[in-house]
Design a protein around this ligand. Structure first.
Ligand code: DC
Length: 218
């Protein structure tokens, strides 16, 4: 079974997707983390983030996979655990540019499809329902108001130990939403078969419950 969860940053996708996967005993695949891992490597190598060819080669040459450590999912890039490093603000600022290249997306989508081919998955991202798992059993689109999403991102960054300026986070989110929804391939958009959930005034438990109700056909 394949469950796709799309939506903008701060809509609560990853927390809910992780919990849903645990509940169903499925594998959780955080595709945003994969684009972040590639972006981290590009930054470390000083690669021009607008050079589509070089980034495509980098994506092809990078071994990105997930590993489970007693229920905690880690992302491994070329053998190195980059789970914490990919959350750095510098990566957050650059990842929309890296992920906007169609050639990069083609490599990542193939990798994501191969991962999903092996087991039942809950996969979250931006283009999962449209490109990665077009035949997913369920497609959800989580969204929330900009203020709420920005506040959630600030809290998330604080928990990770990064001090962030709320108005800068809000501005960056607007910019990132724009890039993510206007790129030529894999743009963030609601599809006719997406089940849309506005999480603005919902707790995590309520979102999880709403999704479970749909899956169980209630
Ligand atoms: O979900 P996130 O904030 O960790 O995602 C990081 C970036 O990766 C975000 O700017 C959009 C991009 N992304 C994407 O283009 N396609 C996906 N399937 C997942 C994320």
């Amino acid at each position: 079974m394949k469950i796709a969860i799309d939506g903008p940053a701060g809509a609560g996708k990853s927390t809910v997707a992780r919990r849903l996967a645990r509940e169903l005993n499925f594998t959780y695949i955080d595709t945003g983390a994969m684009y972040r891992a590639l972006t981290l490597k590009a930054l470390q190598q000083g690669i021009d983030l607008y050079d589509s060819n070089l980034l495509q080669q980098l994506a092809e040459a990078t071994d990105i996979h997930f590993q489970n450590h007693s229920g905690d999912q880690r992302i491994i890039s070329d053998g190195v655990d980059v789970t914490d490093l990919i959350r750095a603000p510098q990566v957050g600022e650059a990842v929309s540019t890296v992920s906007s290249h169609p050639a990069v997306r083609a490599v990542m989508v193939k990798l994501q499809q191969a991962m999903a081919g092996k087991c039942s998955v809950v996969m979250d991202g931006r283009d999962i329902g449209e490109y990665v798992l077009p035949d997913a059993d369920y497609k959800f689109f989580l969204t929330a108001g900009l203020e709420e999403r920005a506040q959630r991102r600030v809290r998330e960054m604080e928990l990770l130990g990064y001090k962030s300026d709320p108005s800068a986070v809000r501005e960056e989110m607007i910019k990132r939403d724009q890039i993510d929804s206007q790129r030529p391939v894999g743009a963030l958009r609601v599809l006719p078969d997406h089940i849309v959930i506005d999480t603005s005034n919902m707790t995590e438990d309520e979102v999880l419950h709403a999704i479970m109700m749909k899956i169980q056909g209630a």
